[in-house]
Design a protein around this ligand. Structure first.
Ligand code: SF4
Length: 481
């Protein structure tokens, strides 16, 4: 019988079947951790490292990372602090999140502490108060990091007490379920949920469901009754859906293009959007790094550092394409340099074109919040921003191979099949980690650093170049019709 760790138990709470796979098939391809996920997990270790410096965890009465096993369960407690007032151990769990809730998971940290409390008590340890130590989302770093202000220590003793009985019950069920030798047939209920809820092992539990199915209908997770009815009828393929009257217009378009192979192009609406752009046109994209523990003055936990941007510029209709870019290469806050360059590069007359501009607007606004002397120019730039994705997300251009999505990659794959991100090993969040580890920090192999530098520059440049090309294709399309 395998010992059930806290992680396995918490995974079981999220999904019994996934927990079983993780316990019995840990080598599955699906569980391989990619670079960005590994680095994100490492942020948790970094946070825990800082927590060890808190005053409450100094002194002889503190046990750090002690392991306990009892009754088929195993835990390693972050901190146990002996309370001489009641001769009990207070239990502290450190979380690299900004609040008591773990955003990505349906359970909260209370179940975690209830599990630990039960195992400790079964091991003969008397547990006093229970605390969650998490990052303080309001903390703004000064010149130096103030560890005491970086964290919030929340007393959750009563909440843990309220959840103890039900947790004990679930622990027994978890032990029984997870210790089945054969793969359980039950446990995976995600066939009643949209694709975004499926974990990577979904296809093992539901080989009958095709790779592209009704689960991929745009936002179908928001209509659980419709999805459940389709699944119960074993209607998995989009072209098997006869009645689309209850579906959203986006879902209807997705099915229509899939069934007919037609592409929906609303020339009038696309022209209206493109005609609203004024030259010079600035195709713009940031890359950021968002460390859990702020590394520069003025930042909050997980606030995004604007480490890089790419700007493709077309000064006038039919004009040449120029490229401007910036990648910060020192271990310092890039905000001021970025703000100065944006002020210099972006003329107030033009339109700044981004893909999913909420992100670019958010980062730009945050720079202005940190640097009030640039706030007005950055507000001006935010005001110039337009979202090229709107054409696709608002259904003015729908291709069957978008599969109900409007990401730049999906659109690129269809409109620019000769382009790809396949030879770009660092994309998305991975960029920030590479920047921090290989570009900014000294002592790295210079050749390796130069290589990574080129990869980061190429990736950001490609993002804006793809936008330029999509803009060009859209113009050609509306001019042809
Ligand atoms: S797909 Fe959903 S229910 Fe199925 S194993 Fe994964 S998380 Fe669990």
């Amino acid at each position: 019988m395998a010992l059930i760790s806290k992680s396995r138990f918490l995974e079981y709470l999220v999904c019994p079947k996934d927990g079983w796979f993780r316990l019995h098939r840990p080598g599955m391809e699906e569980f391989k951790v990619d670079f960005a996920t590994g680095e994100m997990m490492e942020q948790g270790n970094i946070v825990e490292g800082y927590a060890t410096k808190l005053k409450i965890f100094s002194g002889p009465n503190v046990k750090y990372q002690e392991t306990f096993t009892a009754d088929g369960f195993i835990i390693r407690c972050d901190f146990l602090v002996f309370n001489t007032e009641n001769d009990k151990y207070d239990l502290y769990e450190v979380k690299a999140t900004n609040s008591l809730k773990d955003k990505d998971r349906p359970h909260d940290h209370i179940s975690d502490l209830a599990f630990q409390t039960i195992v400790l008590e079964k091991s003969g340890v008397e547990v006093g108060n229970k605390y969650v130590v998490h990052l303080n989302s309001e903390y703004v770093r000064g010149e130096e990091l103030d560890i005491e202000k970086l964290f919030v220590v929340e007393d959750v003793t009563d909440q843990v007490a309220a959840k103890k009985e039900i947790t004990a019950d679930k622990m027994e069920k978890a032990k029984e379920y997870l210790n089945q030798e054969e793969e359980p047939e039950d446990g995976c209920r995600c066939h009643f949920f949209g694709r975004s809820r499926h974990c990577k092992t979904f296809r093992h539990s539901h080989p009958e469901i095709p790779e592209y199915s009704v689960h991929d209908l745009s936002r179908i997770g928001l209509s659980p009754n419709i999805l459940t009815a389709l699944v119960k009828k074993k209607t998995y393929l989009l072209h098997e859906i006869d009645d689309t009257s209850d579906l959203t217009p986006t879902q209807q378009n997705q099915i229509h293009t899939h069934k007919t192979n037609e592409t929906i192009i609303d020339v009038k609406e696309i022209a209206k959007i493109l005609d609203g752009y004024t030259y010079p046109l600035y195709f713009f994209d940031y890359e950021t790094f968002a460390p859990a523990v702020p590394i520069y003055k003025g930042y909050k936990p997980y606030e995004k550092i604007p480490i890089q941007f790419s700007l493709h510029v077309i000064d006038k209709k039919g004009g040449e394409l120029r490229h401007l870019e910036y990648l910060h290469q020192e271990n310092s806050d890039p905000s001021e340099t970025v703000a100065k360059k944006l002020e210099e590069y972006i003329d107030p007359a033009g339109t700044v074109i981004a893909w999913n501009d909420k992100f670019e607007k958010g980062v730009t606004k945050e720079i202005g919040d940190r640097l009030p002397q640039y706030a007005s120019v950055l507000t001006r730039i935010c005001g110039q921003m337009q979202d090229l994705m709107d054409i696709f997300s608002k259904q003015h251009y729908v291709h069957k191979d978008f599969r109900g999505k409007a990401s730049i990659e999906k659109v690129m794959n269809v409109l620019l099949p000769e382009m790809s991100y396949d030879d770009m090993p660092y994309t998305g969040n991975a960029v920030g980690y590479v920047w921090w580890q290989d570009i900014v920090n000294q002592g790295k192999d210079p050749a390796e650093r130069a290589k990574k530098l080129q990869l980061l520059l190429a990736y950001c440049k490609q993002d804006t170049f793809v936008m330029v090309e999509i803009f060009r294709i859209l113009n050609e399309t509306i001019n042809k019709k």
